[in-house]
Design a protein around this ligand. Structure first.
Ligand code: NAP
Length: 301
């Protein structure tokens, strides 16, 4: 059984992205810049935003953090997003979710210009992904495809079962697996699926994204299956300095006895999500440089 090392794939890809950032800056003077908006001070969101900023800096990108208090109105947030849409020095905009309850997440995501929606969540990018047009792919699902390929599996012709149908993981990863380029046959399971094991036992690839530890166990797998565990769950553990440890949605011990390869938690899908965000931000800056005809002689940022 192989552990699919997301950290090592992420490190390799981040090295390539850093080279791409340097080359773009040299050729065009454009430095890719990501604006991250954080509303409130949810500790998990603060740590995600900090990790994204650190990754940007390490890749040679510019990052702009906009922190807004939890009482920020939807109107104020929308105005901030719109001003970043207009700002030529910003190539990617990310609004850290979840937002406080009084703000409609969909209204905010809709307000981000599709050209700067490096999370790939806007309806325009989701629609383009579905019809196979060029767009920013959502980061976690795109990272999952890269991880399966990195594990050495040729996805074409395989049966993939996705457990979970959220808009940010389950549905888009099912759509990406079923695209002609990847060519898997896909089954999408959720809480309305009776006997999920009936499907997973037939699967060559199982992607589990439920936010429920133990959703997938070894007895639910076909021998040799590849398992991608997206879940990030905190389990109380007095032996750990923080009083908890992180586990995925798959029972690692039993699944690793049956699978041919499995992603660990942490260190599997997580590092790839930020990597694909950097990838999209670099791509956005490249498009900007192409559209504006930037050269180092006429530096834009
Ligand atoms: P979500 O929005 O809560 O969606 C969970 C989905 O799983 C829902 O579709 C739900 O079905 C389904 N589900 C829940 N329990 C189930 C069960 N026992 N059997 C079958 N289906 C079940 O969660 P999410 O945003 O997709 O995230 C899922 C997990 O991935 C979370 O742990 C999250 O923290 C993690 N995550 C990690 C990353 C990363 O970068 N590593 C990124 C995103 C998310 P219904 O639709 O029927 O309710």
């Amino acid at each position: 059984m192989k552990t699919i090392d997301g950290k090592s794939l992420a490190a390799k890809m981040r090295g390539e992205i850093k080279d791409g950032v340097e080359a773009l800056a040299k050729e065009t003077g454009v430095i890719p810049a990501l604006a991250v908006i954080l509303v409130g001070d949810n500790p998990a969101s603060v740590s995600y935003v900090t990790a994204k900023e650190k990754a940007c800096k390490e890749a040679g990108m510019a990052s702009r953090e906009i922190r807004m208090p939890a009482e920020t109105s939807e109107k104020e947030l929308l105005e901030t997003v719109r001003s970043l849409n207009e700002d030529a020095s910003v190539h990617g905009i990310l609004v850290q979710l979840p937002l406080p309850e009084h703000i409609r997440e969909n209204a905010v995501i809709d307000a981000i210009s599709p050209e700067k929606d490096v999370d790939g969540f806007s309806p325009v990018n989701v629609g383009k992904m579905m019809i196979g047009e060029e767009c920013f792919l959502p980061c976690t699902p795109h990272g999952i495809i890269k991880l399966i390929e990195f594990a050495g599996m040729d996805i074409a012709g395989k049966h993939a079962v996705v457990i979970g149908r959220s808009n940010i993981v389950g549905k888009p990863v099912a759509a990406l697996l079923a695209r002609r380029e990847t060519n898997a046959t896909v089954t999408l399971c959720h809480t309305g699926t009776p006997d999920i094991a009936r499907f997973t036992r037939e699967a060559d690839i199982v992607v589990v994204a439920t936010g429920r530890p133990g959703t997938l166990t070894g007895d639910m797998l076909k021998p040799g299956a590849v398992v991608i565990d997206v879940g990030v769950n905190r389990i109380a553990d007095a032996a750990k300095p923080k009083g908890f440890r992180l586990v995925g949605d798959a029972d690692f011990e039993s699944c690793s006895r049956v699978a041919s390869a499995i992603t660990p938690v942490p260190g599997g899908v997580g590092p790839m999500t930020i990597t694909m965000l950097l990838w999209n931000t670099l791509e956005s800056a490249r498009r900007f440089a192409r559209l504006t005809g930037c050269t180092t002689a006429e530096k834009m940022v």
